[in-house]
Design a protein around this ligand. Structure first.
Ligand code: ZN
Length: 395
């Protein structure tokens, strides 16, 4: 059996390299995934998956097998924008190969993972799935904008709730068993507008906010250190103020707060911490987590709160143990386990729905979202083989 896998991995390698290049060549910022989804659909059809569905949000998922146990391989298809083109040495959509490295936007985050996973399912289709298993490959959308929103839709509207989720985001071929969460917060102060000629007659909403911003700066200096994730973080990332005219004192000011959460922290922790600030109490500021509504075509919409919970997996969990066994089998050593410093779709799969989730993918996290975006071909090949081995562990 194992020789079959090695043989098929070698046989599929060139096709996978080309696939990675072709995926990189298709720009796919969040909300503009039509072209890449069509490409992925074509690839799924050529593999011969049993069912291919495009859901109302734009996610695509392909199913192999119909067993009662299910594993999902999640690959988000969108990437961040390229930023300043002049910063790029290689064409961001060129997929150029130099010394065994493929360059371009999304190479690491995470078109490499998508290509590896698609190629793995091609091999699995050929050698067969373990009995009682169903494998679902998800090409998810909009991850870079609202991670996990795609899975909220898949779980709640499409009824997809696998037993395990494997995220194919970059881990440098290490096994990720958790991530820092995050929550967006808005703080609003109210004022009373007065003519600029008589500002003392009014109450300046912006000045009220200044005291809150100062206390958040102080808060950041003393944020708790999480034993798993390191320091929790808080920062003010935006400010908006309105007044009847620029010759009048502002009557409303709103700041946006980006809060990164430790393993034991939640939206409630973050909210309480801010509500307890003296500056918030004395200014009567309003604090809330913004809710967004996403249009999903034909007058339908999907609402969600801008909260992306932290999550961790116990190392003794059967999924983690299987992941370790598959790794030992393939690499002949014990895998490094780690926590992602950034947020992924795991915020929904494990954070909201408690579906056992791990991450494993080609590419280094430090190349994600940079003009040096790249992935090593050796890692793509190893990841392809690993996904096959991991699925086989369910025998
Ligand atoms: Zn990503």
């Amino acid at each position: 059996m194992s020789d079959d896998v090695k043989f098929l991995v070698n046989e599929t390698k060139d096709r996978m390299i080309k696939l990675t290049q072709n995926l990189i060549a298709i720009p796919s910022p969040p909300g503009k995934e039509d072209a890449i989804r069509a490409y992925v659909k074509n690839e799924m059809e050529s593999i011969g998956l049993d069912e291919i569905v495009i859901d109302g949000m734009g996610n695509i998922y392909g199913r192999l097998g119909k067993g009662k146990h299910s594993i999902a391989l999640d690959c988000h298809m969108d990437t961040v924008d390229i930023g300043n083109l002049e910063k790029w040495v290689h064409d961001p959509f060129g997929g150029l190969i130099t010394d065994g490295i493929i360059y371009g936007r999304g190479a690491s985050d995470q078109k490499g993972g998508l290509a590896s996973a698609l190629s793995a399912i091609r091999i699995i289709k050929e050698i067969g799935l373990p009995k009682d298993l169903k494998l679902i490959l998800v090409g998810s959308v909009g991850e870079e904008e609202h991670e996990g929103l795609n899975w909220q839709y898949l779980v709640e509207v499409e009824g997809i709730k696998p037993d395990f989720v494997i995220l194919t985001e970059p881990t440098n071929l290490e096994i990720a068993i958790g991530q820092k969460g995050r929550v967006d917060l808005k703080i609003e102060t109210d004022g009373v507008s007065a003519h600029g000629a008589n500002p003392d007659l009014g109450v300046n909403a912006l000045y009220k906010m200044l005291s809150i911003i100062n206390s958040i700066i102080e808060l950041q200096k003393n944020m708790p250190i999480d034993p798993l994730f390191g320091k929790s973080q808080i920062s003010v990332t935006d400010i908006q103020s309105s007044s009847p005219n620029i010759n009048a004192t502002p009557d409303k000011t709103i700041i946006h707060v980006d809060r990164r959460l430790g393993s034991e922290e939640s939206d409630v922790t973050a909210m309480t911490q801010l509500k307890n600030l003296q500056s918030v109490k004395t200014t009567n500021a309003r604090i809330y987590i913004p809710e967004y509504t996403k249009q999903i075509g034909e007058g339908k919409s999907f609402s969600f709160k801008s909260y992306y919970p932290s999550w961790t997996m116990n190392q003794e969990h059967p999924l983690v143990q299987k992941a370790i066994r598959a790794y030992r089998y393939q690499f002949h050593q014990t895998p490094p386990l780690k926590y992602w410093p950034f947020s992924t779709n795991g915020a929904a799969t494990k954070g909201i729905y408690n579906i056992p989730t791990i991450g494993f993918g080609p590419g280094k996290e430090e190349h994600a979202h940079t003009p040096e975006d790249q992935v090593a071909i050796d890692q793509l090949v190893d990841a392809m083989e690993y996904y096959v081995r991991l699925v086989q562990m369910y025998n």
